[in-house]
Design a binder for this molecule. Structure first.
Ligand SMILES: [Zn+2]
Length: 242
């Protein structure tokens, strides 16, 4: 029984609050996640979701190499199985990689057993392709619950969210993506971009590639340093507490 003192409006408010914290990227209510470090660090981490994606992951790697930067890629297990050579090339180039589940479900609607299957299958695919034991995890759509974070932790995975989203999946131009980044970047940020699209391999991400090139030029010239998520995590003393 709920205390009679909680009104219907209050209950509706609580439901909204709970939903908000389930999907909001920097919320810590449903378990500890990594979302960046202190702005004074002048560190930035570019993160790319939904690959590997042929040929756009390759193009993204060319841009990053031109700027001498390592980034972090959250890979979809079934795409790694299809394109193991791209996953291998990412690791060989020194980029950090993490798990983005097997086929990108919203984990809010998955049982703990299904979450475990999604994560284990992806860890195995990445291990088979690259020899790397992944330790980072980003939930699709940012959706997570305490149970899913617990499963991730039990598999040795640390959950990484973001605090800058460029909404590149719906942007009509690189200009739009760069403008969104500029409005949010302060320093210490984890920036969410996409080298792939979760429905299939081959979806055009040329705007994200061009936007990355421009974000790198601009912030490197302003003295910011681009690092991988593990490198940023080493600065844990600077971690933002939400
Ligand atoms: Zn995704």
């Amino acid at each position: 029984m709920l205390p009679a003192i909680i009104s219907a409006a209050g209950l509706a408010g609580m439901a909204t609050w709970a939903g908000f914290h389930t999907m909001w990227p920097t919320s810590q209510v449903y378990g500890q996640t990594f979302t960046g470090v202190d702005p004074r660090s002048r560190l930035l981490a570019l993160t790319y979701d939904d690959g590997p994606n042929d040929p756009y992951t390759w193009r993204m790697m060319e841009v990053l190499e031109r700027h001498g930067v390592k980034a972090t890629f959250f890979l979809i297990g079934r795409f790694v199985q299809e394109k193991p050579d791209i996953a291998r090339a990412l690791v060989a180039a020194g980029h950090a990689i993490g798990s983005h589940t097997w086929d990108h479900p919203n984990l809010i609607f998955c049982s703990a057993a299904e979450v475990r299957r999604q994560l284990q299958q992806t860890q195995q695919a990445i291990l088979d392709a690259t020899g790397a034991d992944v330790q980072l995890f980003r939930p699709p759509f940012g959706g997570r619950r305490p149970a899913s974070l617990r499963v991730a932790r039990s598999l040795g995975l640390q959950t990484v969210m973001w605090n800058v989203t460029c909404q590149d999946w719906k942007a009509k131009s690189a200009d739009e993506i760069v403008a969104r980044a500029d409005r949010q970047i302060r320093g210490g940020d984890v920036i969410l971009l996409h080298d792939g699209e979760y429905h299939r391999i081959g979806v055009d991400r040329s705007r994200s590639v061009e936007a990355s090139d421009r974000i790198l030029s601009r912030y490197q010239s302003e003295g910011y340093e681009f690092v991988t998520i593990p490198q940023m995590m080493e600065k844990q003393e600077l971690a933002i507490s939400n």
